[in-house]
Design a binder for this molecule. Structure first.
Ligand code: DGL
Length: 270
């Protein structure tokens, strides 16, 4: 009797990440730590940074281009390592692609709502705050939690221009932290993936125990979900980085923040 021959294609498709710049590396580094053998692609849209100051139409346009690029790259899943696009455009595109798209805000809020806080402070970009998605998502799961949101539009530029330790930057950070601390929150969420780079400074002006990086919950969810969908692979752990402009600037920041070694960074033109 002829045996049925089953061929399983092990394609080693990458998990793709995107953000406006180096911010998403704060998420990427956490997922890579728990899934070191996956192949990865990272796209930093440095040409259009900061996303927090863009209109919903602009964000939709840039994100579609990146997602189309990920189709060409055969991505098996996409991580929106960007609070701004998760808040503003995720709902519009979530069912339109052949891969699962993971949005940081919606996934993290479910967990935040379970943590028994009574007043959560959200530090985020203008676009994220204006969307009110943090507030809506947390309240969807727990209407008793009060949610305070403060936009910190200067902070992404401070990170991307490597000016974290300049006195003027510290003043700008203190101003916003002081503003949110007046509300006496019992948790302070870093609602932009660039902000974890500012953790030490924010802690100095607030309270050590308050800070929450939502990426911690986000990456755990992604790992479990990929596992459930049987999408995890024992690949080589290859990583490829793409930017839309200024590869040298990205390399410099990525080296400093993420410990990125000499890796080829490919610049994509429009
Ligand atoms: N890091 C992104 C976020 O989490 C985008 C920040 C920006 O470019 O304004 O929102």
């Amino acid at each position: 009797m002829q045996k049925e021959l089953k061929i399983t294609l092990n394609t080693k498709k990458p998990i793709a990440f995107f953000d406006s710049g180096v911010g998403g590396l704060t998420v990427y580094s956490k997922l890579k730590k728990i899934l070191p053998n996956e192949n990865y692609i990272y796209f930093g849209d440095t040409k259009h940074m900061p996303y927090g100051e863009k209109t919903p139409d602009e964000l939709l346009f840039y994100s579609k281009k990146i997602l189309d690029f990920f189709i060409q790259q055969n991505a098996k899943a996409v991580v929106m390592a960007c609070n701004t696009t998760s808040s503003v455009i995720y709902e519009k595109i979530k069912d339109k692609y052949p891969f699962e798209i993971y949005p940081i805000v919606q996934i993290a809020c479910k967990k935040l709502a379970e943590l028994n806080f009574s007043k959560i402070g959200i530090l985020a970009t203008n676009a994220t705050v204006n969307s009110n998605v943090y507030k809506k998502e947390i309240k969807k799961y727990n209407p008793n939690i009060e949610v305070i949101q403060i936009a910190c539009p200067e902070w992404v530029k401070i990170v991307e221009s490597n000016k974290i330790n300049e006195p003027d930057s510290k003043n700008k950070i203190k101003e916003k932290v002081d503003e949110i601390m007046l509300h006496k929150p019992d948790a302070l969420v870093l609602g932009c993936t660039h902000y974890p780079y500012l953790t030490d400074i924010i802690k100095n002006f607030s309270n050590n125990h308050l800070l929450i990086d939502p990426a911690v919950y986000f990456v755990e969810y992604i790992k479990n979900n990929l596992q459930e969908k049987q999408l995890l692979e024992d690949a080589k752990g290859e990583e490829k980085f793409y930017v839309s402009s200024n590869p040298e600037g990205f390399k410099q920041s990525a080296r400093m923040f993420y410990g990125l070694k000499e890796l080829p960074i490919v610049t994509l033109q429009d």
